[in-house]
Design a protein around this ligand. Structure first.
Ligand SMILES: C[S@@+](CC[C@H](N)C(=O)[O-])C[C@H]1O[C@@H](n2cnc3c(N)ncnc32)[C@H](O)[C@@H]1O
Length: 259
């Protein structure tokens, strides 16, 4: 993979480095307090703050690693290793590259609206599609990928077009109706028996420790997502958490129509 260094997913810097200035400030106050002989309880408080910010930095930078490559949360997704995959809400390509690297025999359609929500996450630029393409090229997977500009609530594909679908940190940005529509659309365009890997931002201990109230975190728990997926016509095969993430692996019911 000769172009690895050029991948730029473009998530905001503070998701990885917010805690560094806090660490530096705590260290500076500890030094100042030592020189000026501040009371022990003040030093203790700054010490705790330093410990929290340095641990939170390590978690954000190396466990969440939002601007780094992601790995599949489950090996059971598209286990055959071949087929046509749809990435719903592909953004700058992190989830698409995750699938294409883990499944070298697969092809993928990276679909995104490339509108306001894209700009909110990745900043406003000339061509979001070009940013996505540049990352796919940098990862060396562009020949197995195509880019589609469309709304996940109304997918421009025939029924049963895809062998598997992935959606990472995208469907959970919609309102309740939007979630309902996009899951129904996913169920429509995936083949019966096809996999759907849904990843959403999760309220789990690592993220809560690092970001607390600063970051929006899964308002809805696993049970809520289980119900929505079943309503749409999927059966749940597996679920779990990773730092910052709840994932659910579901399979399209063989019978047509919502289950
Ligand atoms: C947080 S990003 C996730 C990007 C990528 N999946 C990843 O793992 O990094 C959410 C993406 O969902 C896209 N999105 C939001 N609403 C959408 C919609 N209605 N249709 C298609 N894409 C949408 C946004 O444009 C954005 O790129």
């Amino acid at each position: 993979m000769p172009f690895t260094a050029k991948i730029d997913f473009g998530y905001p810097w503070w998701l990885s480095y917010l805690h560094l200035p806090l660490m530096a400030a705590a260290a500076a106050f500890l030094l100042l307090g030592y020189v000026r002989k501040w009371p022990k309880w003040t030093m203790f408080l700054f010490g705790v703050f330093f410990l929290w910010s340095s641990t939170a930095f390590l978690i954000a930078r190396f466990m969440l690693d939002i601007n780094g490559r992601a790995s599949l949360p489950t090996e059971n997704f598209l286990r055959s290793g071949i087929g046509r995959v749809l990435d719903i809400g592909a953004g700058t390509g992190r989830s698409s590259i995750m699938v294409l690297e883990a499944r070298p025999g697969a092809t993928l359609v990276a679909l995104d609206l490339f509108g306001e929500s894209f700009d909110q996450h990745f900043g406003h630029g000339d061509s979001p599609q070009q940013r996505l393409l540049a990352n796919l090229k940098a990862a060396g997977v562009d020949r197995r990928a195509s880019i589609e500009t469309a709304d996940m609530r109304k997918l421009p594909f025939e029924p049963a077009t895809f062998d598997a679908i992935i959606s990472a940190y995208a469907i959970d940005h919609l309102n309740r109706d939007g979630i309902h529509q996009s899951l129904a659309e996913a169920a429509r365009v995936v083949k019966p028996g096809g996999d759907f890997l849904l990843m959403v931002v999760a309220k789990e201990p690592w993220t809560q420790f690092s970001f607390g109230p600063v970051m929006h975190m899964g308002m809805r728990g696993p049970a809520w997502w289980n119900d929505r997926l079943r309503e749409a016509g999927f059966q749940i095969l597996e679920q779990g958490t990773r730092p910052g993430t709840l994932y659910l692996l579901a399979r399209r019911n063989a019978a047509a129509g919502p289950g």
